[in-house]
Write a protein that binds this ligand. Sequence first.
Ligand code: 0PR
Length: 391
Amino acid sequence: MGDRETASDTIDDIWSEYYHRGLDYDAIKALLDNFYNEDMHYESGRILGSMYTVPPSVVREAFFKFYQANLGNPGLYPGTRKMERKVVEFLMGLTHGKDNYYGRVVSGGTEANIIAIWAAREMGYKKIYTTEDVHFSVIKAAHLLRMPVEYVPMKEYVMDPDALNETLVDDSIVVATAGTTPLGYVDPIDKIGEVCKDYRCYLHVDAAFGGFVLPFLKKKINFGFEVPEVKSITIDPHKMGMAPYPAGGIVSRENIFSSIAVDAPYLIEGYSDTLLGTRQSGSVAASYAAILYFGAEGYRKIVENCMENTYYLANRAEEEGFEILTRPLLNIVNIIVDNPNRVKLALLNMGWAVSTNPKYSSIRIVVMPHVKKGVIEEFLKDMKKIDTHFL
Ligand code: 0PR
């Protein structure tokens, strides 16, 4: 604590001395370096709990070249809008959508999920059915839109379609997840679609994470528009699409955006049809560059490599005496520990960032491209130093 007080005293001193009259370039750069060095960076390989990685330089350059672009007022940025359309086309390809479907690059999975649920509510759907493992953005949407949520029981870590059938009523939204946040599991979208067929129902799939993984796995798992009841899908370039944030994706079978559009007479186009106003769209150019840089074949290789390292981590962790919660389906591994929070803090002290799943009493590792075999070995060595059972 003492150190922290000293450091923040210095920050406050510098601030109060200079914020009136300003500071020179070199001094600002030196200050920025200090703050930068306090943060964690993906390059270190030590961020194990985030669904993000370091994009290649062509992608980073695209981001900064287009930092001014704002698709909140797309009339000024016709070039960037063309790139958005291409990114959306690629997202359609991954989700089996057709050319005449709709989509936007938005700020992230949270905004994408909120847009889908908001649009569905505007179309008269009133209640949300989902599972406890849904991402919190869906709960935020429910709070914002004052909609009730019913949690459908789960079976083997995913939504139980029979249980859904017993409780579903007309005029509801079902949110299924393809790549759940805690486990990377996939709700049975086919079967959920079958259930939805008998009701007036809006089926939204949150494939924020899984959307750039599932199409590239050897085992084919339906999660997209090939399931006829699926109306919209969240699929984020800024997760496994290797793009920098803010780059979420939302694609839909019909034009859901018109149902949330509002007049905005001072914009060149005269309306706004996403959640945010101003939209940082350097990430649209960056997503475009990432897709062209890797291509579908590049993404396939990334997924193959991440899955190989995922199995490597799961096997090596077991060899070292740790217990794995589930066999990984996507590139997420959960190691069971008695007190996930304390293990997380102990690891943080050793320079590792993992996330936790208190519900499953586990720590979660997302095996992104920077989580390589060497990193895994280093991590397991440090894990063994922690008494994971008695902390
Ligand atoms: N849907 C799913 C299935 C998600 O896992 C997430 C984020 C979202 C939607 C929301 O996406 P945005 O964060 O883009 O709005 N899941 C990550 C997670 O909780 C978010 C994250 C990313 C957390 C980086 C920590 C971190 O360091 O794992």
